[in-house]
Design a protein around this ligand. Structure first.
Ligand code: RIB
Length: 308
């Protein structure tokens, strides 16, 4: 069973299912409003565990009701949370996630304690885990200094580093130099290279450009267009599974967790990306964030040809 540490965000998601985004000053009826645990790192840790791996989550919550909700859910899922800190002074991260009838999403987040994760905590929490880990995964909902320290430690132990470059932040490319895989989505990749990836040729140029910055492999998560993979001189598109998108929030977290798991299990890059696409499709076809993460059995069924 592959084991990874996941560093990054733990968030209480206030998920609002709405027919459309409200106009300024408008009073609109939601279809449904729910509060649920989320956060890119927490979601990925849950997905990795549901897919059959062992995930150690490193993050920072507040000491409040949102923290209790997240901790309970993560424990129930079997994620190791002994390295999740409870910040006495800052609230747990929270956000309002607007999900339109089309499945498109818009998110407003208060990162809260996610941004007060101390570097010393990361170092102390990660060091004893290193001998049992097969890889390190992180996203950009954590302080850059924490991620830089974690990368240094992982490199010193020859651990593969997987970088989920979300959400878009102007973080240093040092974070993905030598990374096993860098997996931004379209918006994040656009922020990294500074131009639109609407055209396939532009996306391919961006993938090559990010490869030149030092990642060993770049996998762009392009939603319904599938995944664009770049490694050495090779570049190819891996098509998305056809799916009725209900809620695209969290599908990228499921994709990245699936990719990391499949690679650590020894699958080829091409097979691992197909597996990751299946994970993303299952998450996109369901409402919610952490709750929508796929299980190994669901992915196997989709790969056998079952419909989502
Ligand atoms: O990727 C989806 C996640 O991003 C949500 O769960 C939200 O908390 C934000 O971190």
């Amino acid at each position: 069973m592959p084991a990874i540490a996941v560093i990054g965000s733990i968030v209480a998601d206030i998920v609002v299912q709405t027919p459309r985004l409200p106009r300024s000053g408008e009073n609109l009826h939601a279809k449904r409003i729910r509060v649920m645990p989320g956060g890119k790192a927490a979601n990925a840790a849950v997905a990795f565990t549901r897919l059959g791996g062992r995930a150690y989550l490193l993050g920072n919550t507040g000491s409040d009701a949102f923290a209790a909700m997240a901790r309970q859910a993560l424990e129930q899922e079997g994620v190791s949370i002994s390295t999740v800190r409870a910040d006495p002074e800052h609230p747990t991260g929270s956000g309002i996630l607007l999900v339109e009838a089309t499945g498109q999403t818009a998110f407003i987040i208060d990162p809260g304690a996610n941004l007060t994760l101390p570097v010393a905590w990361v170092e102390e929490a990660l060091r004893p885990l290193l001998p049992v880990l097969d890889g390190l995964l992180f996203n950009f909902e954590a302080p850059e200094a924490c991620l830089l320290r974690a990368v240094e430690l992982a490199r010193a132990h020859n651990l593969p580093v997987f970088v989920d470059a979300g959400p878009a932040r102007p973080y240093t490319p040092v974070l993905w130099q030598g990374a096993a895989v860098l997996t931004p989505n379209q918006a994040e990749a656009e922020a990294m290279v500074g131009y639109s990836l609407a055209e396939s040729a532009a996306a391919e140029q961006a993938a090559r450009q990010l490869l030149e910055q030092g990642a060993r492999t770049v996998v762009l998560k392009m939603g319904g267009r599938g995944a664009l993979v770049a490694q050495d001189r090779k570049l190819w598109w891996s098509p998305a599974f056809p799916v009725q998108v209900v809620d695209s929030a969290g599908d990228g977290d499921a994709f990245t967790a699936g990719l990391v798991l499949a690679l650590l299990e020894g699958r080829s890059l091409a097979d691992a990306v197909v597996y990751a696409n299946a994970c993303g499709a299952i998450a996109a076809a369901r409402a919610g964030t952490m709750v929508s993460m796929p299980t190994a059995a669901e992915v196997a069924a989709l790969l056998r040809g079952s419909r989502v």
